[in-house]
Design a protein around this ligand. Structure first.
Ligand SMILES: [Zn+2]
Length: 813
């Protein structure tokens, strides 16, 4: 009896659950299922000397057989070619042709293959089907299946969902993907054209990459060729299908860090006809339901967390351009936040703990209303203004609101001890949060000698017997507060007032990096250790990292958040400007110890010019505008970090020093930066946007080409990789009227004939005072010889100098 009751109950339960979840079973959309399990249509065509172009790529199918995939929603989205073929790629811009030749070591890219799989939603089918003769050669289904496997298991991108996006749209698609089994360069080559941005190089539409584990890299990436001629080829392009306008996020964490979330996402369609919409959601957060704005259940896609787990929502109808729509998403899972022991929680999913925009890095600005429920006794800091704090059973409940649209939202919670402070000008509340007890990794280090828990940051060997020193991070909590207050005061003076009224400095379990979210900074736990403990953990005592990590992260409030970036091409500004901001902090805080400022810039130069373990110098790797694309198996995966931070810092420092004036000091530079920040507040800015603002404020002396442009400077240091060397020879002679005369020879070498620079010359006078004389203007590899009469200088100066204020990124031998 009992058993049968249980059985019937279980049946009822089953029945109910099938009703409740019928519409929200992931990946169940019919068209999607057909695409996911796509096969080949019977019948093939023979092709000979077939040539077709996709933007700057030319495919030559010399001789072979073509088969097509079965249609879905009457659209044929793929083809398999077996035979003799060739792919030529000729990017529309010189820098990408250079990038290609770095990989190929040849002048032209010409790859050969004996089979090719194409997936597309453009007119490829129409173009190819009529280009050959019908034949009855067998089709190789394995090739098609292998390409699907590659996407799932190696590239980890759900191409089937992306194809569905166009198959379900009322508008024609423009996707074209070629799996090239190359014989000459690499058998794991992928060529992509996606009008919504190729996945690794958004917003650029075109990319050529290899996904070979030993040869990972993006060989070339660019916009559609005609966009370069029309001027539309900018990294500010918003090519995503939606813009998220508002997020209402309700998020609960249990003691194990398990996340349970509900998001009400309001977005605006950017493209007409969109029905399948991508979101960025962390792979372990599994979606249980998606509801449309009329309460209807919506289909969605989310495959295995270890394969191609991107989250896509299938709307019940296509949206018109600029149409607004709201969905509600429920999701839950572990590993987005990791419980690290003793009330320490580590947010792993920084940008994707909620269904975030799938397009752009920090280029989309959204309003947030958030509620967090965290285990009782914990304290939370989050992006936005804290509206209320209550307790509800076993939870601490806080409500947060963004006062202005933000590039990202985030939080940090734990058994924190909090210190509060203020900044007077502009008025801001600053708090710092440190954990009362160390996470378990610290305990394990304390007890025994272990491997390297630091990950990336360079450490020497971890010393045994680390039980000395205090592991209590709350002692140095006030230091974080003080550094934040000082940084905010200095940066507000230089860059203008932030749109935020508060800032939280918080400890994170990770020991090797800091990060910054709007109004929320994550500091590495090592920052809050004292020297003894750091030494014990194997950090080199000389590392200046710990003195600049806090100001660098505070500066990201301006660089990355107040002014965002839409593309990897502009990330150098976020990192470089934050790094340069840290130099201002060092300069003013340690004005009695100028050697610290000098060490900062010398360290930056060292990062750029020392060879990494792969044998490459960061300065030579490529222009800063290639960003993280420069990381590859050959030149190393740390090379971009060594390039964009220090070189970006130097670029801004060079602008500052060119604008420096003996009377008004940094005034012009401050005006430039405030103008830049005000113009692009709450938006993303491109490299070219910054260049335009610099040109608006440039001095006549900076106009080296006489066209009121800074092309010369940007071509050399931003879009280029040159590094000049300078040598200064000089003597002083008394002149006829008793004033001393400087006789100098400044040699510039190691550059192209077009390379120009303004090189400020400094004098240290007999009384120790340092004055800036003016600037030499060498062009190409040359020696500038000059005699300068030093008006009123009756005593022989001690010395003449260049680069006294780290004016020029150069070597000096
Ligand atoms: Zn940074």
């Amino acid at each position: 009896m009992k058993a049968s009751a249980a059985t019937s109950f279980s049946c009822v339960f089953f029945f109910l659950s099938s009703i409740l979840f019928a519409q929200t079973t992931p990946n169940s959309d019919g068209n999607y299922q057909q695409l996911r399990n796509i096969g080949l249509r019977s019948g093939s065509i023979t092709v000979e000397n077939l040539r077709f172009k996709r933007d700057s790529a030319t495919f030559l199918l010399n001789a072979g057989t073509l088969c097509f995939v079965t249609p879905v929603n009457n659209k044929v989205t793929g083809a398999v070619f077996v035979g003799d073929g060739k792919l030529l790629l000729d990017p529309p811009i010189a820098s990408e042709r250079t990038s290609l030749s770095v990989f190929t070591k040849e002048k032209e890219y010409a790859e050969t293959f004996d089979h090719l799989v194409l997936r597309f939603t453009d007119n490829t089918y129409e173009e190819l089907k009529s280009a050959g003769k019908p034949a009855n050669a067998p089709c190789d289904l394995d090739l098609l299946h292998n390409s699907a496997k590659v996407m799932r298991k190696e590239v980890n991108y759900n191409l089937d969902a992306r194809i569905l996006q166009d198959v379900a749209s009322t508008e024609p698609g423009g996707l074209f993907v070629a799996f090239v089994h190359g014989k000459h360069y690499d058998r794991k080559t992928l060529f992509t054209i996606d009008p919504h941005g190729a996945p690794s190089v958004y917003p650029e539409e075109i990319s050529l990459e290899t996904y070979n584990e030993n040869k990972l890299g993006i060989w070339a990436a660019f916009h559609y060729t005609p966009e370069y001629a029309s001027g539309a080829a900018t990294s500010g392009q918003k090519n995503g299908v939606i813009h998220i306008d508002h997020q209402q996020l309700d998020t609960e964490f249990d003691k194990a860090g398990h996340l349970d979330g509900k998001a009400v996402v309001t977005f605006v369609s950017r493209a007409p006809g969109s029905k399948v919409v991508p979101f960025n959601l962390f792979r372990t957060l599994r979606v249980s339901s998606v509801t449309g704005q009329s309460g209807e259940s919506l289909n969605f896609i989310q495959e295995d967390k270890n394969e191609d787990p991107q989250f896509w929502v299938i709307l019940s109808r296509p949206l018109g351009k600029d149409e607004r729509y709201e969905i509600t998403v429920k999701y839950a899972g572990k590993d987005a936040v990791s419980a690290e022991g003793a009330g320490n929680y580590y947010p792993i999913a920084r940008t994707s703990w909620y269904p975030n925009s799938a397009a752009g890095d920090f280029g989309e600005y959204t309003n947030y209303d958030m509620t967090f429920r965290i285990p009782k006794g914990m304290i939370i800091a989050a992006t936005g203004t804290r509206i209320s704090e209550t307790s509800d059973g076993g939870h601490n409940v806080t409500v947060w609101k963004s006062e202005s649209p933000l590039a990202v939202a985030g939080f940090n919670f734990g058994s924190f001890k909090k210190e509060d402070g203020k900044v007077a000008k502009p008025p801001m509340d600053v708090s710092s949060y440190a954990n009362v007890n160390p996470p378990s990794w610290v305990d394990s280090v304390k007890q025994s000698e272990v491997g390297d828990p630091m990950g990336g940051l360079e450490t020497s060997h971890i010393r045994s017997n680390c039980a000395v020193g205090s592991m209590n991070t709350t002692i140095l909590n006030k230091k974080a507060l003080g550094e934040a207050q000082y940084s905010l005061a200095v940066f507000s003076e230089y860059f203008g007032t932030l749109p935020y009224k508060q800032l939280a400095m918080t400890q994170q379990t990770a020991s090797n990096y800091g990060q910054s979210w709007p109004m929320l900074v994550y500091l590495p736990i090592t920052y809050l250790f004292d020297d003894t403990v750091r030494h014990c953990l194997g950090y080199p005592d000389t590392s200046a990292y710990f003195s600049i990590v806090a100001p660098h992260e505070v500066a990201h409030q301006w660089w990355g958040h107040m002014v965002g970036f839409n593309s990897y091409r502009d990330q150098w500004m976020s990192e470089g400007f934050a790094e340069m901001s840290a130099s201002l902090y060092i300069q003013f805080l340690y004005n009695k110890e100028p050697q610290r400022y000098a060490k900062f810039w010398n360290d930056e130069l060292k990062l750029l010019t020392e060879r990494n373990k792969e044998g490459y110098r960061a300065i030579d790797a490529g222009p800063v505008t290639m960003g993280y694309r420069l990381n590859n198996s050959r030149e190393g995966f740390g090379i971009t970090r060594q390039l964009i931070y220090p070189k970006g810092a130097y670029v801004l420092q060079m602008v500052r020093m060119m604008m420096y004036d003996r009377q008004s000091g940094d005034q012009r530079f401050k005006e430039t930066m405030r103008d830049f920040v005000t113009t692009y507040a709450g938006q993303s800015a491109t490299t070219e946007d910054f260049k335009a603002v610099a040109e608006k404020h440039m001095t006549p002396a900076m106009d080296l080409e006489g066209n009121h442009k800074m092309d010369w400077f940007f071509n050399e240091y931003v879009y280029g990789t040159q590094l000049p060397n300078y040598k200064l020879d000089y003597s002083f002679e008394p002149g006829p009227d008793g004033d001393f005369v400087l006789i100098m020879k400044l040699n510039q070498s190691g550059v192209s004939p077009e390379f120009r620079m303004l090189v400020p010359i400094y004098l240290e006078l007999a009384n120790g005072q340092v004055v800036r004389l003016g600037s030499a203007r060498p062009a190409g590899n040359m020696t500038v010889e000059q005699k300068v009469s030093l008006k009123g200088v009756k005593e022989k100066p001690k010395r003449a100098m260049i680069n006294y204020n780290f004016d020029v990124l150069a070597t000096m031998n």
